[in-house]
Ligand binder design. Structure first.
Ligand code: ADP
Ligand SMILES: N[C@@H](CCOP(=O)(O)O)C(=O)O
Length: 329
């Protein structure tokens, strides 16, 4: 498809931290770390050029062909579902990605959301936000990261029960609720220098659970969704509400030192700490705090070192309300 009209636009999609303890596949919060696409399309009707360049995380790792790159695959998915079988030419995309891949900060969620917005923009489809989310879910399959990355803020979501007939098309598959987040609560992401693929971290989870473990998470999830919006935040309430029995206990085999990090770093020992958990499927540790960020991060890094993980870094991030955007330049 040759595009004669020339357009220059920028897509931005935030990182996200999912689960936040007991909210496995439910809770997600968008973080102040943005994947951006700088897109030039059309202009020279004689050119069939396609160029994709990268800077930042994954620049040397990710495939750059449209059929293999997660961003352009998502864009092609939206376009083909709407009767457009290829990307318009000429097309230049520069991707700048500060989100570490395979670390539990929603890099794939941000890439899927950015790709869906890219397809929507290139096809001039003007899809609604809920429709964009449906497309994201058909790719990512769990709602927490993509919901937070698309709409922004602190988000709870559920998947609708879908019949086989529903699945023949692109079903309306998710509902979400934007929750309150106390702006004084910062997200310390302690990032070990090894990857855990989300698919692998999901494969180690049991297919069924004891009733008491499910109730354990239900109780804490209900409390946590409100507690994180309260001001001042209650560290005892939040710390205990961020406990989990559904995913973290099973993922400790993939992340050396995880139990020790989660049990040894407490509000009693570290002033300002509210709670600590695995960010998404890990290996990043998420610590929620109002101050004392460096001491908290250094404590987690020290535990990782005791377990042979010498290299890690940390970032102090905000939960951001603006979600993903597509802006003409
Ligand atoms: N900006 C990107 N561009 C292309 N592919 C990406 C990008 N970000 C993530 N991916 C793909 O997603 C994979 C990481 O996804 P996943 O295992 O879910 O980890 P994460 O916790 O970072 O979401 C990468 O290995 C890569 O295949
Ligand atoms: N609920 C998912 C969240 C995965 O988040 P990611 O940032 O690691 O992709 C899970 O825990 O599997």
């Amino acid at each position: 498809m040759t595009s004669t009209t020339s357009r220059h636009f920028r897509i931005s999609a935030p990182a996200s931290t999912a689960n936040i303890g007991p909210g496995f596949d439910v809770l997600g919060a968008s973080l102040s770390l943005y994947l951006t696409l700088d897109v030039h399309v059309g202009g020279d009707s004689n050119s069939q050029d396609f160029e994709m360049t990268y800077s930042g995380e994954g620049a040397k790792d990710v495939p750059l062909t449209p059929e293999h790159n997660l961003i352009t695959k998502a864009a092609l998915y939206v376009l083909s579902a709407n009767g457009i079988q290829q990307l318009p030419r000429p097309l230049k995309i520069h991707v700048d990605n500060p989100i570490p891949l395979g670390r539990g900060l929603g890099s794939s969620g941000a890439a899927v959301v950015a790709g869906i917005l890219l397809g929507d923009a290139l096809g001039q489809l003007k899809l609604s936000r809920s429709r964009l989310l449906d497309y994201c879910l058909m790719i990512e399959r769990h709602p927490d990261n993509v919901a937070a990355a698309l709409v922004g803020g602190f988000v709870a979501s559920y998947l609708r029960e879908l019949s086989p007939e529903d699945m023949e098309g692109i079903p309306e598959s998710e509902s979400l609720l934007e929750l309150g987040w106390n702006k004084n609560i910062k997200c310390i992401a302690i990032v070990p220098q090894f990857k855990v693929a989300t698919a692998e971290a999901r494969s180690v989870l049991p297919s069924s659970y004891q009733r008491q473990d499910v109730i354990f998470n239900f109780q804490r999830l209900a409390v946590l969704t409100t507690a994180l919006g309260q001001n001042p935040p209650d560290s005892d309430l939040i710390y205990n509400a961020m406990q989990d029995k559904v995913h973290q206990p099973y993922r400790k085999t993939l992340i050396p030192g995880l139990p020790e990090v989660l049990s040894s770093i407490t509000p009693e020992k570290y002033d300002g700490l509210l709670g600590i958990c695995l960010s998404g499927a890990g290996p990043t540790i998420l610590a929620l705090a109002t101050k004392n960020f460096d001491a908290i991060a250094n404590a987690a890094q020290a535990v990782f070192k005791e377990h042979g993980i010498q290299d890690s870094f940390y970032k102090v991030l905000d939960v951001v309300e603006d979600g993903s955007t597509c802006v003409d330049l």
